[in-house]
Design a protein around this ligand. Structure first.
Ligand SMILES: Nc1ncnc2c1ncn2[C@@H]1O[C@H](COP(=O)(O)OP(=O)(O)OP(=O)(O)O)[C@@H](O)[C@H]1O
Ligand SMILES: [Mg+2]
Length: 404
């Protein structure tokens, strides 16, 4: 099944520890590399785009401690950072790029922003483009409006203002609904406030609502989540949402050895690993309808608190989920990557030297080892053989995010 949306390319300049990065993404990507090398910074760059589109650039920068904590700190003191994302969907493809810098007297300014969409499909192919510089629209090719009709702004993306316009909506649909997860068993364990459960929150604090939503609208998907969960935590038969006065929680049904009965436990009494695994499964399989609501899922270290033997189950879940929507995970687990079916393309290696991050596919000889199925990526991770091919990290001079 083709993905509804594929974020096909990510290019980053001077974002946190990332000086330059230009990588292609497939349905499933593992980011591997030493502690502090920049894996989370890569995910954070993507999350910055989603946060900016869903809330505001102002808030996205403020949440990260201000512009000086977002742009790369280095000797050369880059004053700006830039991100370009490309996406593909059936019959439409496009890109969104921006550069943000500091402003004299404090704060930030959006220096440039561009969006380009190509519509293919059965109709006549056409293009829509806008370019803005320091809040002024300098180019607008759209069948729906002219440059004069667009509000000027240096602290809000134009794409947010134009998200309802059919010409630019596909870019918003690709990049705004990316979801990034750092699941917290304690938050999953706490009593939760009922809500729609359409989208799982970052820490899993609405897991009961998301589960109830699946149970109501996608029983088959909920059953699949339970199947995976039973493989991770043997004896777990079912999981349900349970209302407790004005709050709700999760209730687990577990088999009792030797008895023809089962026992029920509330989330408060469940293990960290079981709750964490359920959180990951809900993140992966939430709102299954063609993945329209959540275009891409980023999960930090999904192996946390899992028994090594559960890693194979987790990998199966990641592979299955990535047929519906794109998945990126950071991981330190060789067990998770211990499969000869994992293509070398699914791995992006991360390293850091002098505080500067390199992110790239692994080198040709390592790729060939995986392709020839001589070793699994997990075995290579154990031997520290998954390192980025530095030839594929662009030099700052070669990094072109905008047409000059
Ligand atoms: N604005 C910045 N400029 C330069 N470097 C930065 C900036 N902000 C953070 N860093 C660097 O990024 C590093 C953290 O990177 P990150 O959190 O992505 O690591 P990671 O690969 O996810 O590691 P782990 O596996 O431990 O989670 C910090 O150690 C810090 O040196
Ligand atoms: Mg990290």
């Amino acid at each position: 099944m083709p993905l509804d949306t594929e974020i096909s390319r990510v290019a980053i300049r001077d974002y946190k520890s990332i000086a330059t990065c230009d990588v292609d993404l497939g349905p499933l990507t593992f980011l591997v590399g030493p502690n502090g090398s920049g894996k989370s910074n890569f995910l954070d760059a993507l999350r910055f785009v989603a946060d900016s589109l869903n809330h505001s650039v102002e808030q996205a920068i403020r949440d990260r401690g201000g512009i000086n904590d977002v742009r790369r700190r280095s000797e050369g003191r880059p004053r700006h950072f830039a991100i370009k994302l490309e996406f593909r969907r059936p019959a439409v493809a496009g890109s969104f790029a921006f550069e943000i810098g500091d402003r004299a007297g404090g704060g930030f300014t959006i220096k440039r922003e561009t969006c380009e969409i190509s519509f293919g499909g059965p109709g006549k192919p056409r293009k829509a483009v806008y370019e803005a510089e320091r809040g002024k629209v300098v180019r607008m090719e759209s069948s729906f409006l002219g440059a004069a009709e667009v509000p000027n702004s240096t602290d809000r993306f134009l794409l947010s203002s134009l998200s309802a316009l059919p010409d630019f909506r596909p870019a918003w649909q690709a990049f705004a609904p990316m979801g990034f997860y750092r699941l917290n068993p304690d938050k999953i364990r706490d009593l939760q406030s009922p809500e729609s459960g359409d989208i799982l929150t970052r820490d899993g604090s609405n897991a009961a609502a998301v589960l109830a939503n699946l149970a109501k609208h996608h029983e088959d998907v909920k059953a699949r989540v339970e199947e995976f969960l039973a493989m991770v935590a043997p004896g777990t038969l079912r999981v349900m949402q349970k209302t407790l006065g004005p709050k709700e929680t999760l209730e687990f049904e577990q088999a009792v050895t030797g008895a023809n009965r089962s026992r029920r436990f509330l989330a408060a009494n469940m293990s960290d690993g079981t709750l964490g695994a359920l959180g990951i499964l809900l993140a992966l399989f939430q709102s299954p309808n063609g993945g329209k609501r959540v275009s891409l899922i980023g999960v930090e270290e999904p192996e946390t608190a899992l028994h090594p033997a559960a890693a194979a189950v987790l990998l199966d879940a990641l592979l299955e989920a990535s047929q519906r929507r794109q998945v990126i995970v950071t991981s330190h687990s060789p067990d998770l990557l211990d499969s000869r079916d994992l293509p070398a393309d699914a791995i992006l290696a991360v390293s850091a030297e002098d505080g500067t991050t390199s992110i790239a596919p692994i080198g040709p000889s390592e790729r060939s080892v995986i392709k020839r199925r001589l070793k699994t990526p997990g075995e290579m991770l154990r031997n520290n053989q998954l390192t980025p091919d530095l030839k594929r990290v662009p030099s700052p001079a070669r990094m072109r995010l905008f047409q000059e």
